[in-house]
Structure formats: C-alpha cells, structure tokens
Design a binder for this molecule. Sequence first.
Ligand code: GDG
Length: 730
Amino acid sequence: MNKTIVISNRLPLQVSILDASLKITPSVGGLATGMKSVHAEGNGIWIGWSGIPEEKLNTELSKKITKEIQKEKCVSVPLTTQDIEDYYEGFSNRALWPLFHYFMEYTKFEQKEWEAYKRVNQKFADVVIDNYEEGDTIWVHDYQLLLLPQLIKDKRPNATIGFFLHIPFPSYEIFRTFPWRKEILTGLLGADLLGFHTYDYERHFLSSVKRILRLEVHFNEISYQDRIVKVDSFPMGIDYDKFHSIALEHNRKNKEKSELLNRLEEHTLNGKKLILSIDRMDYTKGIPNRIKAFEYFLDKYPDYKEKVRLVMLAVPSRSNVPQYQKLKRETDELVGRINGKFATVSWTPIWYFYRSMPFEKLIDLYISSDVALITPIRDGMNLVAKEYVATRTNTDGVLILSEMAGASLEMNEALLINPNSFEDFAENLNHALTMPLKEQQKRMTFLQKRLKRYNVEKWAEEFLKSLENSKQLKNTYTAKKMIGEHEVNLITDYHQNKKRLLLLDYDGTLVGFKDNPQDAKPDEKLYTLLDNLQKQKNTTVVLISGRDKETFKNWFGHKNYDLVTDHGVWLYQNNEWVIIERLKTDWMHNIRPILETFVDRTPGTFIETKNYSLAWHYRKADPELSRTRTMELNTVLTSMVTNNDLSVLKGNKVIEIKSSSVNKGRAMSRVLMNEDYDFITVIGDDWTDEYMFEEAPESAYTIKVGFTKTKAKYQIKSPEKVIQLLNKFI
Ligand code: GDG
C-alpha cells in the first residue's frame, strides 16, 4: 500500500532521557495537528530529528529510541551537535530566517554553515530514500530543507514530491543577494508542487525563478527540465474545532477555574480590559515595537491608565543565536522602563511572561482577553491570530493584526495595522477598546466562519489533492522520451541502414544558449564529434540553422559537413555555397527603426542583423518587461508583415522577422531531393524546427530538445543529452 512520507526538521514528538530511561511525548503544534490525519492513516511515516544529538546516545539508547518512536510512526535522522550548530542555528536561523523575513542586517552568510546545510539535507535525503517505496507521496516542510526535494528527485525521479514553505518567500530584490540563490531554487524545483501561505510569496518565488534561473513560467507552472513544477498558495489553518470546544469547556467550568483564569477574571471584574499578545521571542514578531507603541498609546490616551493591561507572553526560542539574546535584553529593559514610568500602587501596565505555557493556560489567556494585539513585523502566516478567533465562543473580542502577517490577507474583518506606525497602533487600540459589542460580534462571526471551514485538515487535504493532480501534468506530453528502448531502437536502426542523413539544428540543440550569440562557438569536442559522424560511411551530416552564412562560414567553412543557413536561404555542399531561395531585403529599412525603439525601451535587448532577417534578442532582459514588450512588438509587427510577405518567428528568447517564403522545412525538402536516404534523424529545439518535424518523411526520427509542445515524435532533455546520443552513433 502506498504511503505518505512527511518530512520536517523536528519530529512531532519530544524525546527526553531521564536516568537512561526514555520519555516520549507527542507534540501538539499546528503542523503536527494538521498532519495528524495524513500521518495516522495507512502506513504513513514522519521523518525528522528527534531532538537528541548523536553524542548523547549510545548504541543501546539509539536502538531504544528507534523502537519507541517507530510506535509513533516516526523515523529519526541522526544529527550531531555540530550539525545542529551549523545547519540549524547557523544556516537556517542566521541566514535563511532573517533574509526571508527581510532582516538583511541580521543575515550572516558563512561558507561553513552552507556546507553543513548541504550535508544535513543529504542526511535527510538518505533516510527518505531508505524508507521510500515506489508510489509513495513525499511532503517536505519548511526552510531547513530547501535542498531536499531535488536530492530525493535525483535518486527517485518518479517520486511525487510536495514542498511547503511556512515562512515568507522574499521579493526578488532580497533573494538575489543570497550567495547560493541558484542552488536553493534548483533544490526546491525537485518538487512537483510548491506551496506557500499566500499568493504574494508565490509570486515572489516565481519572479526569482524567472530572473535567476531564466526559466519559462506559464501562470503558475514552471517548465523545468523534463517536468512541470506547479506553484500554488495554501493558507494554513488551525484545528478550529479543538480550540473552540476546549474554550467552551473552560468557560463552562465555573467552579474549578484555573488560578490563572481566576486572576484574569478578577482583573476584568474591576472594569479593566485585557490586551493579549503571544509570540515566540523572535525579532520578526515586533515585540519591542509593540511595547513602545503601547507607551505611545498611554501617553496619547491617558484616560486608559489603570483601565487596560497588556498581557504579553513571549515564548523562549533559539536562545543560542545572539540576535535572540539581544532581543530578550531589549524586551526586559523596555518592559521595566514602561512599567516604571506608568505603574501605580494598584496597577502595572504590562504583565510580561518569558516562558512557555501549557496548552490549557494558553486557552485561558485567549478566552479572557478583550483584545488580541498580534503585530509581527513579518510573519509567514501567524496561527496565534487564528487561535484567538477560534476561542471566542461568545463571538466577542477584537483582533488587531499586522498587515505584515500572511494571516491578514484572509482576516479582513480584523483591525489591520501597519506595525511600524505608532499612530496606527494607538488609533486601532482605542477603536478596539471602544468597539460596540454588536460590531465585535459581526466581525468575529465572519472570521470564525472562514476559519472553521478552511481548517488545518482542509489545508493538508487541499495540498495533497493538488499534489496528486500534479502527477497528471507529468504525462501531458505526447512525444516519447528518447531514452531506454527508444534510444536502443534508434541506434540499432542507424547501424542497420546504408544511406544515412543527420539534420541537426545548432543553437539550443548542439550547444546551449549564451547571452551573446557569438559566444556559442563550437568547441573542439563538438568538432571532433561532427567530424567523426561525417567520417562514417554513407553518412551525411547537415547543420541547419537560422544563423547567417558568414558566421557558419567562419565556424564550419573548413569542414566537410553540409550547411544550411539563414533558415534555408543558403546551402553549402561540396565546398560550394548555393542560394536556394532568392529573397528581398528592402523591408528591413522599415522594420529596423521599430526594433530600435524597442531596444531603447527594454534594457538588455539587442538587434542581430542577418542577411535575410532581423532578430530582436531579449535573453538578458527583465522577464516580465520582455513579456509585455514581445506582446507589444507582435501587435506592431502584425500589420506590417502581411503587406511584405514576412513572418514573425518566436524563438527561444528571440523574435525574428524574415521572409515567409523561406523556412527550414522547405530547405530540408531541398536536401532530401538530392538523394534517397533510408535513415533520417532530425533534431531541433525551437519552433523554427517544427517546420522540419512537420515535413519530415514518416519514417524519420524527429527529436525535439526540451519538453514543450511539439510535432516531433521524440523529446530529449538538453543539448548535453543530444551530444551523448550522437556519440552513441559512433
Ligand atoms: C511558523 C511561521 C506560520 C505559542 N506559545 C505557546 C504555544 N504557542 C503556539 C501557538 C501557535 C504556535 O505556537 C505559534 O505559531 P505561529 O504561526 O504564530 O508562529 P511560528 O512559530 O513563528 O510559526 C508562522 C507557522 O510557522 C505555520 O506555518 O504561521 O508564520 O513563522 O500554535 O498556539 N503553545 C503552547 N504554549 C505556549 O506557550 N502550548
């Protein structure tokens, strides 16, 4: 039976060693809850670190842990103290976390930590491969494992892999500063589905993919190697019913109320209002800012003195990382200063707890607070905001939420604020504290409805459904892959036949693309390969290209192979150039000035002037701008080309204008007229080559480089693979 493998940095359980005996407690975090149904069903497993470094374990303990956590359907990845220091505290939390949250000044790029990050991702991959069986679905979580999808795909190309990022994906302007930006992106592209909390993170990611990797993106699908990678947003929810029903129960248990609840209620009875904030002690959560803004509020609205209290729970987190230690000191000082400034005999404005609380107490805090003040500077989603809403069983209470939290996009009925504006804070806090009950209820009811419907289970379900659908994308192409038996057939056929013709396009087929077309010169290896093919008995090699005659003369004029240039204007055979199509070029005076205006307005683009065509190259230009410009250019050209019998060809990051009466298909027919071949192979990469695929005889092998739509019978991954294939002919 197929299973789902969930992978995250930490396992959803706490392992503690007490006097050589083990204690295992399942954790109750959001992710663990969301995955519960996925993990519990069938023979699903969860892979992650147990929380205990290898150094603390002997063989016996190790075995014991393996056995115990197996009962919870978990498998651990062995990590050393050094791994944790460099990969987790180091690279994950000193480079990725601050950068992805736009804290560039906190970001440290250390080569050593990057090495550790790669090493640990590989350790995870090894454990996944050990546990993977054909047909399983793999779901990787979060920023500690960005390289894992590709590491798995390398070893198990058929595996279905999903990835979800729990933190923001930053804008391209931030991400481009990252020294290992390409590795991170290609690591992620090993997945079949990439999920983000919001559409903004999704579009930032796509923009980096387009600009850094220069890949083609159609809506939310990326064509990558021989696959399509889908990108989508799935805003994570909470276990709504659990929070709601526990809150109901706590409200009901009047007699046996917890000490905390009693204390909180006493406070409310005195007419004071409670404002609550809960976060991990993290600089992204905007804690110091919130305290300062609260001071500003009390100064601006002194009537609230002695009438409100901010209850602030900051849960210790990553306290080995210096920035977090600094934040803790700053918070302590601020709370001290402000309490000192405003406190009276019977009132301190801020109650500050630096600790974690048991779940039950958390609920007590939620249900007894009139206002929740959730104001991160940057936050992937923020589940606390959602949990507060779920516990408001009387539909009262007001949520003030930062616009910088992913959650704000779905929580429009909250009071949304810019966390950097004290004015926004003060105004909205005042609004919240004076909001009529009716309005509170109206807003809360809306919020609850959505959270109840799109809960964490639904979130996991939607993600997995979409991942399942992405399997179908794998089979969209009708052409067969030129590998395995197809390759064997092709080579056998080649060797069995007498008169053989190889028609090969050049750019994108025999060599990869360069920013400047003149840099795509053939190297010694390619010459040797083509020479050796040509030397074979009864074999004709024809290079057929849109390149101009002069360039090919330079590169191949001293060789024996046949050449077709300018899309089929010139043919070079038996050391002689013959013109096969006579073309007019007077149209160029009209078209060139148009192209020039496009070059002026589109940095990074240029015109290539050939004998019979003009090409506008935009490989180096901004991908979004060039998309708009190519559409504009097409519109401008359409009316002009029909009058002049021209056609506009869209190649690989190039638009070429040339006479309609010439194309590679016609040129190929001309080559075929000369001889009777009993073996023909045509290889090309862009849509100028489609003319050849279309007109090739039925028996020919037509092969398209790259995995986009084609009339060719076969597809092959890249120029490197073409070279490997041709080498097999020799
Ligand atoms: C990351 C992203 C994204 C907090 N204090 C205690 C406690 N908690 C629980 C809360 C809540 C969770 O921890 C915190 O989740 P958040 O979403 O607010 O924030 P991060 O930890 O930063 O999580 C975030 C999330 O991943 C999910 O994708 O939303 O943006 O940064 O569930 O209830 N639980 C207990 N005691 C505490 O003292 N028991």
